[in-house]
Design a protein around this ligand. Structure first.
Ligand SMILES: C[S@@+](CC[C@H](N)C(=O)[O-])C[C@H]1O[C@@H](n2cnc3c(N)ncnc32)[C@H](O)[C@@H]1O
Length: 267
């Protein structure tokens, strides 16, 4: 196992190419994000054709319609990457303190540089840690958010249970994730785009592995109903899904049940 962890899969250009079947998967994900940290935001804007500027604010708009009125003071943004959602959430809830947690140091470093001049920065604390074992007490947060992280977890159920554990009962969980488009015609285009164009673009910028992993990771993510079911099993209820951009991405919203509710929710 140690040898497998030391090696990891690599693309022909030497870039990390995580393989979910390998025991080194989580470490390879970390290496992959270390490899792409510098160009992450630019690539994201190009690959999403600028739509990523809309998706995060729209998810917060969905959140406002979902949550019960009342202050949001303690927020965790899980897998915060270069910090866009964490800072946006801090701006959206001006009296909140936001923790941006990520296990890739290079992404966190980029976050502090990228948002160094943001007025909200004093209310945002970036820190390193894994979503599979959150370094926080039970019920520590009113809101847990995450964008484009779920498909990278080695154990999705565990990550969801951890998110529920650190939310106070009644707290809200927001997930923004790439999903299958709702229309079959558009779905074919979507797969052609991710299976052909994105890997080609990745190879052009010396990151063949990460951008070949991206379409694979989309295929390994549970469908919308399966993800909802997994959230139920982890102890969330009142779950809503809000597709955006013809379903290319979906905002998932859920309320945290009581602390002993994991596995006991029925649909
Ligand atoms: C695609 S990026 C998304 C970043 C950011 N949320 C955004 O909206 O741009 C996924 C991030 O999740 C982080 N990540 C993946 N698995 C993780 C884990 N197990 N624990 C903590 N962070 C993780 C990666 O390091 C990376 O920064």
């Amino acid at each position: 196992m140690a040898a497998a962890e030391a090696t990891g899969r690599r693309a022909e250009d030497g870039s990390p190419y995580p393989d979910r079947k390998q025991p080194s998967f989580q470490r390879d994900i970390q290496q992959m994000f270390t490899h792409i940290a510098e160009g992450y935001d630019g690539f994201d804007h190009i690959a999403s054709v600028g739509n990523d500027f809309v998706w995060r604010p729209r998810a917060l708009w969905d959140l406002d319609r979902f949550r019960a009125p009342g202050p949001v003071r303690r927020v965790l943004d899980l897998g915060c990457g270069t910090g866009d959602l964490a800072v946006l959430v801090a701006r959206h809830f001006p009296r909140s303190a936001v923790v941006g947690l990520d296990f890739t140091r290079a992404m966190l470093k980029k976050a502090t540089v990228r948002h160094g001049a943001a007025r909200e920065l004093p209310r945002v604390a970036f820190g390193q840690g894994t979503g599979l074992q959150l370094p926080f007490a039970d019920a520590a947060f009113d809101l847990v958010t995450n964008a484009f992280v779920m498909r990278n977890f080695a154990d999705l159920g565990l990550a969801l249970r951890e998110a529920r554990r650190v939310l106070r009962p009644g707290g809200v969980f927001l997930t923004l994730e790439i999903t299958e488009p709702t229309s079959p015609t558009f779905r074919r285009l979507f797969h052609a785009y991710f299976d052909r164009f994105v890997p080609w673009l990745g190879a052009a910028v010396g990151s063949a592995g990460p951008y070949r992993y991206l379409p694979e990771s989309l295929r390994s993510l549970p469908s919308r109903p399966q993800l909802v079911e997994a959230m139920h099993r982890a102890g969330f209820f009142r779950i809503e899904t809000h597709p955006q951009s013809l379903g290319i991405v979906t905002t998932f919203l859920a309320e945290a049940g009581p602390s002993n509710s994991a596995g006991s929710q029925s649909r």
